[in-house]
Design a protein around this ligand. Structure first.
Ligand code: NAD
Length: 242
């Protein structure tokens, strides 16, 4: 049975992706940052479904820790799929972004993906097989007002995905990106009812996305059906950006 690593799997899109991949037959390396209890609860849920799962901790901005985590995961099972999902958002005026905040958003959202890919790609290259799914955002495609650092980081994720698809393709590795629209997770908890209604009116499909909407696309990209797909950005966004 093949092993998948999902970063940021304690809640939201990562949690839904882990559950979906388990149903598709993957063993799950569940990464979390701080939410150990939630990660353990998910591990319990997966095990009760008959899925082999274990939890692993790292801050996405800490390269050394991610490489240590890679070595810990190796004993569990070398991942042939990594889903680089962990991320943080921040809303605020561009003119108010401090340098530490800028670096934190870039470190977690972009460098974290770089560290994970660099940690896990060598084993995939040796085996000449693997699948990398990155998680960007529609704001990485078109930019969002008051989310300049987040948009820049997520645009970087798309650039990294496309570059890696070209470099790793000859080694039999696919690299694709999911760029979700507005998904009803903790990341959007700040949106009040009026803001949600306003957003829904701008979304052709008329509703916010669910974590499961995104998990389905991740599962597809990880499936044999997507074996000839690489360097692509797929956007489960209800048509909010076309
Ligand atoms: P969420 O806040 O529910 O989950 C984010 C996950 O990332 C959590 O598990 C959190 O612990 C983890 N994480 C955050 N910072 C970390 C760090 N420094 N180290 C380790 N782990 C860390 O949000 P979500 O909506 O599930 O977001 C998942 C991904 O989807 C993110 O990359 C986000 O940018 C992206 N995304 C979300 C939306 C949305 O509307 N919710 C839209 C587009 C893209």
């Amino acid at each position: 049975m093949k092993t998948a690593l999902v970063t940021g799997s304690s809640r939201g899109i990562g949690r839904a992706a882990a559950l979906r991949l388990a149903r598709d037959g993957w063993r799950l390396a569940l990464h979390y940052g701080q939410s150990r209890e939630e990660a353990l609860a998910l591990r319990g849920e997966l095990r009760s479904m008959g899925c082999d799962a274990e939890v692993f901790q790292a801050d996405m901005a800490d390269r050394a820790r991610i490489f240590e985590m890679r070595d810990e995961i190796k004993a569990f099972g070398e991942p042939s799929l990594i889903v680089c999902n962990a991320g943080i958002a921040h809303q605020g005026l561009f003119t108010d972004i401090s340098e530490p905040l800028w670096h934190r958003l870039l470190d977690v959202n972009l460098s974290g993906v770089f560290y994970c890919c660099q940690a896990f790609a060598p084993a995939m290259i040796r085996r000449r097989q693997g699948c990398i799914v990155t998680v960007s955002s529609i704001w990485g495609l078109c930019g969002a007002s008051c989310e300049a650092a987040y948009s820049a980081a997520k645009a970087g994720v798309i650039g990294l995905t496309r570059a890696l698809a070209q470099e790793l393709g000859p080694s039999g590795i696919t690299v694709n990106c999911v760029a979700p629209g507005v998904i009803g997770t903790d990341m959007c908890a700040h949106l009040d009812q009026a803001a949600r209604r306003d957003l829904c009116s701008q979304i052709p499909l008329g509703r916010l996305g669910t974590p499961e909407d995104v998990a389905g696309v991740i599962a597809f990209l990880a499936s044999p059906e997507a074996s000839y797909l690489t360097g692509q950005v797929i956007s489960p966004g209800g048509g909010i950006v076309l």
